[in-house]
Design a protein around this ligand. Structure first.
Ligand code: ATP
Ligand code: MG
Length: 257
């Protein structure tokens, strides 16, 4: 892999691109996944490429929701596996969640690659792609509606990222609580999810894990209160306000020049 100088201002973004392209060459990431990353980066740029306070608050609520869950599942796609497989395994361990591979552009080969990446990152058990253990969820076309009976199908809380809006809506309609990581506060997924963490995936997943570690000793009543007090519409509105404020700030600087 090409090296990027430590001091390069876009180092993190360039490294992320390298990881995705490497994942693409290995058959882990699909072409559409590369395009999705581009859209995410644009929003990250507008949001200041940092974890904002509204993302921290959402991570707290997400952690509480995952800790309260009867059967939480982390749904993993190619981009997630390429960018943060190890962090996904650590988060699942922290909150006692199952891990399931679920791909929008599904092929058996790619499912296998994602499973492999997760196993190499330390996952003991990975659901998805098991054939007979799979069921079809309503209202979704194509292969992505196939989910594991023991995983997403029977989950009460599903964490997903870089996900298509229709699929997120279908899960919500099935009565599931959805924690979404998505940099675009306007996406259908962000709008439909129960808790949206508007942050870059490699920052968001460890952020939720740290929040969960901090809440380990909290009692269920306190966790429920945290979830109850959370308002996703307000969170998305704070994200949009942040973009607006930043644009005003930056355009002011240009205006002075
Ligand atoms: P939707 O279907 O929800 O309206 P979309 O069609 O615009 O969304 P998709 O390609 O379905 O987009 O989903 C990818 C989503 O993931 C986008 O909203 C994008 O901003 C976001 N995204 C891409 N890369 C990252 C990343 N590294 N971290 C967090 N979010 C990301
Ligand atoms: Mg979409």
């Amino acid at each position: 892999m090409e090296t990027v100088p430590e001091a390069h201002p876009r180092r993190k973004s360039i490294m992320t691109r390298h990881a995705l392209v490497a994942g693409f060459e290995k058959g882990l990431v699909c072409g559409q996944g590369l395009i999705a990353q581009g859209r995410g980066e644009a929003f990250d740029y507008l949001l200041g490429e940092e974890t904002n306070d509204f993302a921290k608050d959402a991570s707290e609520a997400a952690a509480a929701m995952l800790l309260l869950a009867r059967s939480p599942v982390v749904s993993v796609n190619g981009n997630m596996a390429a960018l943060c497989a190890r962090e996904i395994v650590l988060l699942a361990g922290e909150v006692g969640a199952k891990i399931e591979v679920n791909l929008f552009y599904r092929t058996d080969e790619r499912v296998e690659r994602v499973r492999q990446a997760l196993s190499e990152a330390g996952a003991k058990r990975v659901l998805g792609g098991e054939g007979r253990g799979e069921v079809k969820i309503p209202e979704l076309f194509s292969e992505r509606r196939r989910v594991s009976r023991k995983g997403i199908y029977s989950a009460d809380v599903v964490l997903l990222a870089l996900e298509d809006g229709d699929r997120t809506k279908a899960l919500v309609r099935m009565g599931k609580k959805v924690v979404a990581v998505d940099l675009n506060p306007l996406s259908a997924t962000s709008q439909a999810a129960t808790v949206t963490v508007v942050d870059e995936i490699t920052r968001a997943i460890p952020g939720i894990r740290f929040a969960a570690a901090g809440l380990r000793r909290a009692n269920r009543k306190a966790l429920r209160e945290k979830v109850r007090a959370f308002d996703n519409r307000k969170t998305l509105s704070r994200a949009l306000k942040r973009i607006g404020a930043r644009m005003r700030e930056l355009s002011g600087e240009l205006g002075r020049g």
